[in-house]
Ligand binder design. Structure first.
Ligand code: AMP
Ligand code: ZN
Length: 142
C-alpha cells in the first residue's frame, strides 16, 4: 500500500492515530472531520496516498465515488440534516491543507450560516468556445 511517512491521513488509514472511522472499503475510508463545519462533517479518503484527485487511478476514484450516495444517506439519517455539500479542495490555491486527497461531506441545515462566495461571471463572446476547444484538446482519450 502506497503511503507517505508523516501524512496525517495515511496515519489514520493505518490506525496509528485515532479517528472516528465511519466506513471502510477496499480502496477507501471515511471518518469524522476533527474540526467540523457542522456536526457529522466527514472526510472520505483513498487508503493509498495520492495528493490530488487528478492523480487518483480511475478504479480507485470510481470506488470512492460509488460510496458517496450511501454515505450521504447515512449522513442525512444520522445528523437529521436537510442536505449536504460534497467538496474537494485540489491544491493549496483551492484551499487544500492536508495533502492526501479527500472529499468533504458537510451536513447542511436551514439557517446554519455556512456558505461560500459564489461570484458567478459570464463569458465574453467567443471565450466559451475557446475554453471548450482547450478542454477537448486536453482530453483526447475521453
Ligand atoms: P482541506 O482544507 O480540504 O485540506 O481539509 C482538511 C481537513 O482535514 C480539515 O477540515 C481538517 O479539520 C481535517 N483534519 C485535519 N486533521 C485531521 C485529523 N487528524 N482527523 C480528522 N480530520 C482532520
Ligand atoms: Zn497520505
Amino acid at each position: 500500500m502506497a503511503r507517505k511517512e508523516d501524512c496525517i491521513f495515511c496515519k489514520i488509514v493505518a490506525r496509528e492515530i485515532p479517528a472516528f472511522v465511519l466506513f471502510e472499503s477496499e480502496s477507501g475510508l471515511a471518518f469524522l472531520d476533527v474540526n467540523p463545519l457542522s456536526d457529522g462533517h466527514l472526510l472520505l479518503v483513498p487508503r493509498d496516498h495520492y495528493e490530488r484527485l487528478s492523480e487518483v487511478p480511475p478504479p480507485i476514484a470510481a470506488e470512492l465515488a460509488e460510496a458517496i450516495p450511501c454515505l450521504g444517506r447515512a449522513l442525512l439519517a444520522a445528523t437529521k440534516a436537510e442536505g449536504f455539500n460534497v467538496l474537494l479542495n485540489e491544491g493549496a490555491v483551492a484551499g487544500q491543507v492536508v495533502p492526501h486527497v479527500h472529499f468533504h461531506l458537510i451536513p447542511r441545515k436551514s439557517g446554519d450560516g455556512l456558505g461560500y462566495r459564489w461570484n458567478a461571471g459570464a463569458y465574453q463572446t467567443g471565450r466559451a468556445e475557446e475554453i471548450a476547444a482547450a478542454y477537448k484538446k486536453a482530453m483526447p482519450d475521453i
